[in-house]
Each structure stands twice: as structure tokens, then as C-alpha cells.
Write a protein that binds this ligand. Structure first.
Ligand code: CP3
Length: 353
């Protein structure tokens, strides 16, 4: 695509406009985990494959799951159906999901345990993700942007070390305190693997990438700097070096307005995600107005619905009016969320109801 054609293509896509630093009325809207169990059509498709990882690595099914919420709600962005744990899988640490129990990996208990891992993504393992992106790209209209993603190194490492989800990421924090050099090496491997994976996703058609640091907020300040902030900075810079102008949204979940603002100011970062508990006024003041803010409706409020939902949607819209903003939740949509509430959300953001 030549430059003019690229500019014209962006004009139809509100998400790209926001990430270019423009305020749009209405703002673009999409939801984290928008493809998932709250949709009956997702549950039906998901029931055709018992293993979640197999489902993720089936390009036709992953592409279909990606498109389901777009057909139903007309969101401004489609996020590729995959998972942050495809990276450990591609580094040689197999991942399984037990129904209702979340991810399981063989935990890494000692620095020696890291030696069994590859230091780069194993060839071909993530090709189905790129094939799924290629399929979705061909099915989207001129208004819907395509998002690729990965987990941030700290969040992914927390699952690799513990071998499962944990309430406070204690196993990874203890490992990092006891074995800082080995942990730094794991983070380095994940930084490089993340850059490679995001680069390949862009090559396959992703127009934006998001880095999910779901567990950023548990770390004390020095560890936040070393294991969350710096790795995100290195990913943004490394991706920008390979793909100049690549649009990246960083989502360091649960951090302060000051830290969100520091992340927003990093070279290569175009948007910053705000979680449910973020103080909007502090964020509005602290985050540079050339960077898009994304968020931050409470997923439980979307589930609950009613007048409180409408009021909070309006409040978020008002707080961020006049600056680049991407309407989203503060975390992923919850499985029991009624579809009618999501329809209300989209209509309200677009001022159609
Ligand atoms: O947003 C989207 O619609 C795209 C798909 C997507 C999934 N996972 C699909 C999924 C994305 C962006 C993710 C990110 C992800 N995965 C994160 C970061 C965001 C966050 O929620 O904090 C994390 C920490 C994971 C790891 C993960 N995957 C866990 C802990 C679980 C189990 C918990 C759960 O919700 O069941 C998953 C499984 C998973 N990933 C599901 C989906 C739709 C549910 C499993 C299923 O449908 O069978």
C-alpha cells in the first residue's frame, strides 16, 4: 500500500485515528476478551474442540472466534483469538487448560529448570496464529482494525514459574528474589520472543498490537522497574526499530496514574490501558494528551447493567472528551455478562441510545 492509500485506510478506522493522537467523537470501542464464553456462538464453536490450545492453534476456528463479536456488535476492533501462553508453548514449555481450572504448565522451580527452554520461538509453532490473522484480515471491512497481542514478560513469566495462575504471583516473585540473574535471563528471552511474535503478527495483518501486563501491580517499585516497566520499554523500542510506526497499546494493569503516564511516554507506545480502579482525573492530567488512553469500565458493572452502567459510561466519555480515547473495559468481559448489556454499551458510546 502506498502512503496516501495507507492514510486513507486509516481514515475509516477510529482505533487507528485514536492511536495517531486524534480525538474522535464517538471514540472507538472494543472489549478485552470480547471473543469468549459470554457469547453462545463462541460456546458452540469452542465445544467442537476439547483442548483450548488446539482450539487456539486452529486457524479456521480462531479466525471465526475473532469475527463473532464483530458480526454481533460491530466493534471498532477485532482482537485475534489466541492466548498469552502460546509463547511458553513455543519456547518448549507445554501448556494445557483444565476445564474450569485455568492454565497448567510444568513449573520452573530452579534456575536449572530454565535450561530446558528454547531461547527463541521454535519454528512453526505460532504459524497458526499468523494464518488466523491473515484469514481475519481478509474478512474485515474498512472500519474495523485488527489487533494482535502478547503477554508482557513479567505476566508470562509468572505463569511459567508457578505453572498456573496464582493470586499474588508469589512463586515468580520468590524466584526473582532468590535468582535475579536467572530471572533476568528469562525476562530477556521473553522480551525477544515477544518482539518476534508481535513483528510476525504485524506481518500477517495486525494493525495494532497490545501488550498485556495483567500482574504488573503486585511488584514493589524496584521490581516493577526491572521486571515490568523496562521489559515493556524494550519491547516497544525493539518493535519500533523493526516496524517503524507500528502501533502499540501497553496495558500495565493496576498501576498508578504516574506509572501509566511513564509508560505512555515511552518511545513506540501509542496507547495505554487503564484498569477498573484507575482514577480517571489523575490519569487525564498525568498521561500525555498525544497518547490514547484505553478503558476503563468495570466488567462487573457491565455484568450488572442498569442506570449505574449508563452513568459510568457517560462519565468515562466526558472525562476523556477532546483527547484520544479508546472505550474499553478495565479488564476482560466476564462469562455471565448479558449480551443485551454489551449492546447497550456500544449504543451508548456511539450516542445511539
Ligand atoms: O480478548 C480476546 O477476545 C482475545 C483472546 C484472549 C484470550 N486470552 C482468550 C482466552 C486474550 C487477549 C487473552 C489474554 C490472556 N490470557 C491474559 C491477559 C489478559 C487478562 O485477562 O489478564 C491472561 C492472563 C491469559 C491467560 C489465561 N487464558 C488464563 C488465566 C485463562 C483461564 C481463565 C479463564 O478466563 O478461563 C485463559 C483461558 C482463555 N483465554 C479463555 C479465553 C476465551 C477461556 C477458556 C475457554 O474459552 O475455554
Amino acid at each position: 500500500m502506498d502512503r496516501m492509500a495507507a492514510v486513507e485506510a486509516n481514515q475509516g478506522k477510529r482505533l487507528l485515528q485514536a492511536l495517531d493522537g486524534h480525538a474522535t467523537t464517538p471514540p472507538p470501542v472494543w472489549m478485552m476478551r470480547q471473543a469468549g464464553r459470554y457469547l453462545p456462538e463462541y460456546r458452540a464453536l469452542r465445544a467442537t474442540t476439547s483442548s483450548f490450545m488446539e482450539f487456539c492453534f486452529n486457524p479456521a476456528k480462531a479466525a471465526e472466534a475473532t469475527l463473532q463479536p464483530i458480526r454481533r456488535f460491530g466493534f471498532d476492533a477485532a482482537i485475534i483469538f489466541s492466548d498469552i501462553l502460546v509463547i511458553p508453548q513455543a519456547l518448549g514449555q507445554p501448556v494445557t487448560f483444565e476445564a474450569g481450572e485455568g492454565p497448567r504448565l510444568a513449573p520452573i522451580e530452579t534456575p536449572e529448570g530454565l535450561k530446558a527452554l528454547s531461547d527463541t520461538l521454535e519454528a512453526g509453532v505460532l504459524d497458526p496464529v499468523y494464518e488466523a490473522l491473515d484469514r481475519v484480515k481478509g474478512a474485515l471491512d474498512g472500519q474495523t482494525a485488527l489487533i494482535g497481542f502478547c503477554g508482557a514478560p513479567w505476566t508470562v513469566a509468572s505463569y511459567m514459574i508457578a505453572g498456573r495462575g496464582t493470586p499474588d504471583q508469589a512463586p515468580a516473585r520468590i524466584f526473582a528474589y532468590k535468582h535475579p540473574d536467572a530471572f533476568a535471563q528469562l525476562i530477556d528471552v521473553l522480551v525477544r520472543a515477544s518482539i518476534d511474535h508481535l513483528d510476525r503478527q504485524i506481518g500477517a495483518g495486525a494493525e495494532v498490537v497490545q501488550v498485556f501486563d495483567s500482574w504488573a501491580s503486585v511488584l514493589p517499585a524496584p521490581e516493577f522497574e526491572a521486571w515490568s516497566f523496562q521489559p515493556i520499554a524494550r519491547i516497544a523500542a525493539g518493535l519500533a526499530a523493526r516496524r517503524p510506526g507500528a502501533k502499540l497499546i501497553a496495558f500495565p494493569r493496576g498501576v498508578s496514574a504516574r506509572q501509566s503516564a511513564r509508560i505512555a511516554a515511552l518511545p513506540g507506545v501509542h496507547g495505554v490501558g487503564l484498569d477498573t480502579a484507575a482514577d480517571l482525573e489523575s490519569c487525564r492530567q498525568a498521561i500525555p494528551s498525544c497518547v490514547a488512553v484505553q478503558g476503563n469500565l468495570d466488567p462487573l458493572l457491565l455484568l450488572a447493567g442498569g442506570p449505574a452502567l449508563e452513568a459510568q459510561i457517560d462519565r468515562i466519555l466526558e472525562t476523556f472528551a477532546g483527547r484520544p480515547h479508546i472505550f474499553n473495559l478495565g479488564h476482560g468481559v466476564l462469562p455471565p455478562t448479558p449480551i443485551a448489556h454489551v449492546e447497550r454499551l456500544v449504543a451508548r458510546v456511539r450516542r445511539n441510545g
